[in-house]
Design a protein around this ligand. Sequence first.
Ligand code: FES
Ligand SMILES: [Fe+2]
Length: 288
Amino acid sequence: MQTMTEERASFAVRPTNIAADATDHLHYLGNYVRDIPSSLPRMMENAHDWEHLPFVHPSSFAAIEEVESGTWGWRCKTALPNNGGEQLIELLVDNERHYWATTVVAGPAQGTQIHTQAKDNDAGGITVDVRFYLPQPPEHEEQAAMILGYLQAQYATLYDEDEALMLGRQEALDERKALRGTDDNSAVDLGPEAELDHARVHEATLDGARVLVRHWQGQWVAHAARCPHALGPLDDAQPDANGGITCPWHGYRFDLASGSEERGRCGALRLYRTAVEDGRLVVHADLR
Ligand code: FES
Ligand SMILES: [Fe+2]
């Protein structure tokens, strides 16, 4: 496989805007149209977000590595699942038109382009029209139908997964807004410690944010319920053997002892102080 310098070189000759004639020399195979009960800001955020691919879409991507990104979109090296090989993928975004074009620059399916137009719809959500273009026409009609069927099924799965992510992200933003300033509790009493189920994740609202309280390696640990990167939900994330907790949206991993992200990719996960006072478990908003 190429080195990062070679990857940059293979992208270097390419413009960062979608050419008006981008699909002229390609074969239009067909499309996939879908209504999504979310909004254009969430959709555009999702298009720019290359990091979620292997975590939210594990059946389509095994790994991803950034080559470069900007307001224009991104270029990445991706690994396909089941040792399906590596691809260089470019996604160029026309932010104003809510339009983006994905190109397989190298690897399996090289030369394939997928153009997507997102629009507001009458139901208060959005509709995406995903159009598939191949570098060469398929050999015969059955082959065309087979490839189109495969892509439509794959995109149905991708958009099921993205829909859940976009709804989760909107819910996180709404939750943050609703909780902001509603309570400035400096401590929450969770009740008699002896009666608390050690196997369950307990919840409290503290200092305008949702807090998760769990019993881990013989002690009570309390941390923000939302990931500091992009508000991913940590409710179902289980601490690993080394005391790390991994966010389901982009795989950032936080150390439960310090709160810091293992590769410094974002700010620390907020931790809260726990204490057993008169037999009751109390979570304090002050940092440990
Ligand atoms: S929201 Fe991105 S890693 Fe948690
Ligand atoms: Fe996605």
